[in-house]
Design a protein around this ligand. Sequence first.
Ligand code: TXA
Ligand code: MG
Length: 339
Amino acid sequence: MKTEIYRKESLKQAAKQLQQEEVVAFPTETVYGLGAIASSQKAVERVYQAKGRPSDNPLIIHVSSVKQVIDSVVDFPEIAQKLVDAFWPGPLTIILHPKEQLFAPAVSAGLSTASFRMPNHPLTLELIDYVGEPIVGPSANKSTRPSPTSAQHVLDDLDGLISGVVDGGATSVGVESTVLDLTSQYGPVILRPGVITKEEIEAVIGKIVDKDDLTVSESEKPKAPGMKYRHYSPVKPVVSITFDKALWLKEITQLRAKGKKVALMANDELIEEFKELASATYSLGTPHDISMMNRLLFDGLRVLDKSDSDIILAEASPKVGQGLAYMNRLEKAAISSIQ
Ligand code: TXA
Ligand code: MG
């Protein structure tokens, strides 16, 4: 299959492919998504197949209007309205109870709930408008690979396996949306951290729960099925290290003594200090810029994975605010962490 590249001028053709139950990747502000019309079982199954995704991992439904969600759910609670007023279009996904038989069964993968998000990208909002109905959009990577933050990343994983990709440039946020379950008995629960933080959500709807903070047994905790799988992994091993020069020096020295070629993904200060000892480097920007770290994390893993090195040392961030989103991804990609 030839994978077409679509741009603003050819968006209508991309929409046509989607209407014909084909799979087309699209840009968002977070990461690229793998699109297919959410009402078609055939189209949605093609998404799972292209990604190599386990069939028990549900997909996010992407909309271009709040009305598309209201029309699709049994109940649209007041807190949902407050959240979409505050954060949409944007990197927040909300989980609600869908009306029966609107979406292909594969979308919810056996769950009684469905997740919705309005991405903040002009091309994709226009694309969904042209399609005329919501589209699913898991991250457009092969399962277990780092999420794609450019059209080229999508092609690196899926060229020849999907009908097309809409090229909207590099994504700005870089990590996937915050997933908030509004159907849980415990009240609103964050299932996956993103750049919209717990504190920001609480400022809009009051106290919420982070699934990791729930004091109930593991088996009772609400889950995002996708979070249990291996994730974000380059082929080379990744080790996460706190921003502490002594720790970096010790680790680099030990690895080099074993004959290992070391790649560094870190802030400019660390890179400046250790670049002579490294076989490859990738800058995450000036120190403590967590937005930049999130934006560049997946690109850095992909770039260094192609470098001539044996191991990737990646800078850790404090687990606060947007750092929670960053560390959630880095810890899933890494084999170990040094702090
Ligand atoms: O930013 C994003 O959310 C990106 C862009 C493309 O929009 N999409 C994305 O999709 O990250 P995906 O499929 O890679 O991750 C969706 C996550 C998975 O962990 C999945 O298990 C969870 O959301 N999820 C989806 N629907 C759910 C549901 N009904 N209940 C619980 N978890 C759900
Ligand atoms: Mg994903």
